[in-house]
Write a protein that binds this ligand. Structure first.
Ligand code: NI
Length: 183
């Protein structure tokens, strides 16, 4: 497995509509596992493929607490087949919008159909944090970020701060090559 760099907003790669996975094969499984490793290391509870530069409909989620055994979910082509009429509000964050949070309203319960890591069709019912997390990750597959669910005013404040943080990043210094370093 390999840890992948996470793309930070604003970035056009986070605004793409991702393509469907035709079949979950070994390559797809590798991407799913790399995404899980990247997510656990961040640390985060969900990650979508476009956040690591792959415009395909794949998400990974694990909402288990630190003191619980891991419960990784690997999903390709996730679809909401049912959503509850009642909503829930969670304060959401995102690995692509580091250090920013906002209340987002979504259906409280959803039923999701997806292809698992063995290319089997599965369905799960999710509520609470799991429902929120899956819907947040699925949004990424259509280029939607959690800030797209809040007021334009709040969204612009967050995106402007992120852009400023990117611009203020000190450019990489030329690496000092120590004597005798093999290149
Ligand atoms: Ni996110």
């Amino acid at each position: 497995m390999a840890k992948l760099p996470i793309i930070v907003a604003p970035d056009p790669r986070l605004k793409l509509k991702c393509r469907r996975v035709e079949r979950v094969d070994a390559e797809t499984r590798r991407l799913m596992d790399d995404m899980l490793e990247t997510m656990y290391a961040a640390p985060g509870i969900g990650l979508a493929a476009p956040q690591v530069g792959h415009p395909v409909r794949i998400i990974v989620v694990d909402i288990a607490r630190k003191d619980e055994p891991p419960q990784p979910l690997r999903m390709a082509n996730p679809e909401i087949v049912w959503a509850s009429d009642h909503d829930a509000t969670y304060e959401e964050g995102c690995l692509s919008l580091p250090e920013h949070y906002a209340d987002v309203v979504r259906p409280a319960e959803v039923r999701i159909r997806y292809l698992d890591h063995e290319n089997e069709i599965r369905e799960i019912e999710a509520k609470g944090l799991l429902a929120t997390c899956i819907q947040h990750e699925m949004d990424h597959l259509d280029g939607v970020l959690f800030v797209d669910h809040i007021s334009a005013l709040k969204r612009n404040i967050i995106l402007r701060k992120l852009l400023k943080a990117k611009k203020n990043k000190t450019p990489a210094q030329p690496a000092t090559v120590a004597a005798g370093t093999a290149l």
